[in-house]
Ligand binder design. Structure first.
Ligand SMILES: NC(=O)c1ccc[n+]([C@@H]2O[C@H](COP(=O)([O-])OP(=O)(O)OC[C@H]3O[C@@H](n4cnc5c(N)ncnc54)[C@H](OP(=O)(O)O)[C@@H]3O)[C@@H](O)[C@H]2O)c1
Length: 224
């Protein structure tokens, strides 16, 4: 019953590591998730792979990125930064009036442990420039490594949520909670530089300390 009231989510590039992990968590929480891809067959293969890990009753479908964007209420962008612009231009018309949850980190290989922000200030601000003011853009999950997502253990990392409006940030905070993590409203889209830049710091820490998936936790604020 409750799932009928939940927004439908489209994960653009949901065939990848981060997108599949988020789909796993959100479908388990009762959301209908559409996996988007450049190729329908690849999307359907990702759905089949996830279905083997999930209960039968979940709502999960695979289709093209534009079709997924058209059908969904909230769009999640989970492609490499190099593919961000092309993917957003393809779904721009279907995004109007909706929220884009951008998980893109503007990494510039090979120096991925060095912060290298795009001219707009962050990938999220670039996304806003591409999509226009009719789309609320929110950053979240940049600091959650995919290794944490595709399993049932609690994730001991917090999620910073920044974005173009408080209302959109609150919607995304619900998705963070549904994914089993503690999220914090970390302010306007201009703060995306910190959230996205932090990913390169975490990649550096992983290498420096020989771990797979370091993360952050906020202290000093009471947790419910
Ligand atoms: N991996 C992590 O732990 C992690 C953590 C936090 C944030 N992120 C960010 O999340 C985003 C996705 O990361 P990921 O590791 O999931 O990436 P990925 O597995 O390398 O790629 C995700 C999907 O993007 C699509 N894609 C790849 N190259 C493309 C291109 N040239 N043009 C259009 N689409 C392309 C592919 O989907 P189709 O071939 O099906 O179209 C692919 O399955 C990145 O921006 C990354 O920085 C990743």
């Amino acid at each position: 019953m409750m799932s009928e009231q939940l927004p439908t989510l489209a994960i653009l590039g949901g065939t990848g590591k981060e997108g599949k992990g988020l789909a796993y968590r959100w479908t388990r929480a009762g959301y209908k998730v559409l996996i988007g891809s450049r190729q329908v067959e690849k999307a359907q293969n990702a759905v089949a792979e996830l279905r083997r890990l999930l209960p039968e009753a979940i709502q999960l479908e695979g289709t093209t990125n534009p079709e997924a964007a058209q059908q969904a209420d909230i769009l999640v962008l989970a492609v490499p930064y190099a593919a961000q612009r092309a993917t957003l231009e393809m779904i721009c018309a279907h995004a109007q009036g909706k929220i884009l949850l951008d998980v893109t980190v503007p990494l510039v290989p090979p120096k991925v442990s060095r912060v290298q922000m795009p001219p707009a200030g962050s990938a999220a601000q670039e996304a806003r420039e591409i999509l226009g003011e009719g789309v609320e853009v929110v950053d979240a999950f940049q600091n959650i490594s995919y290794e944490h997502l595709l399993q049932d253990q609690p994730v001991e990392c917090d999620v910073l949520v920044v974005g173009t409006s408080k209302a959109a940030r609150l919607e995304v905070l619900k998705l963070v909670q549904a994914a089993g993590m503690v999220g914090w409203d970390a302010g306007p889209i201009e703060n995306a530089v910190v959230v996205e830049g932090l990913s390169s710091v975490l990649i550096y820490l992983n290498k420096q300390y020989g771990v797979e998936a370091s993360g952050i936790r906020i202290t000093g604020i009471p947790r419910d």
